[in-house]
Every structure is written in structure tokens, then in C-alpha cells.
Design a protein around this ligand. Structure first.
Ligand SMILES: [Zn+2]
Length: 100
């Protein structure tokens, strides 16, 4: 297993997970249930982590890169907080409102 992606923003990690899974790649989340008052954990330890098997690492990396770099797709603005979101996101990165 290799660490594919991690970020302080769990919504972002979840979005990446959806994108990679949509491409047919199996991923595993770590620290999914961390950060809920587990006293000894530092902040960095409770970041949500996305792991893939070694064989899928390169493919998954390309999926993420092409998704992030797809500037020709329009993106969308949140109906609640008006933040701009990547077209590949189903939920607002800022306030988690579902795309409309
Ligand atoms: Zn929003």
C-alpha cells in the first residue's frame, strides 16, 4: 500500500477518494474515525489519508492530476456560500453544501 493523498481538509480527501473510485481504483481511507477527541493524537496524525495498492499508485496519481488540471471544465459556485468549486466536486469544499 502507498499513501496517495492526504490533506488537513477532510472534504478534499473525500472528493479525491470519489474521483479515484469513479475511475475504478480501489482505495482505503485511514484515520477516518480519528480526530474526534482522541486525546493523544496530534493534528497531523488525524489527517484523513487515502491509500492505494502499489500497482494502482501511478494510475491513481494520473486520475487525480487530470482531475485537478481539468481547467476546461467550468467548475461551479456554491448556492449557499458562493465559493467556487472544482467541477469534479459534488460538495462545496467550504461549507459542504451539495452541488445543485
Ligand atoms: Zn459553500
Amino acid at each position: 500500500m502507498k499513501l496517495l493523498y492526504t490533506n488537513e481538509n477532510r472534504i478534499l480527501v473525500s472528493n479525491i477518494k470519489n474521483i479515484v473510485e469513479y475511475a475504478g481504483i480501489k482505495v482505503t481511507l485511514k484515520n477516518e474515525f480519528a480526530g474526534g477527541g482522541v486525546g493523544e493524537l496530534s493534528t497531523i496524525d488525524s489527517w484523513l489519508e487515502l491509500w492505494v495498492v502499489d500497482g494502482d499508485y501511478e494510475k491513481a496519481g494520473k486520475v487525480i492530476a487530470s482531475s485537478i488540471n481539468s481547467d476546461n471544465s467550468q467548475g461551479w459556485f456554491c448556492s449557499k456560500c458562493a465559493e467556487k468549486n472544482d467541477a469534479s466536486f459534488d460538495f462545496c469544499w467550504s461549507c459542504q453544501t451539495e452541488r445543485t
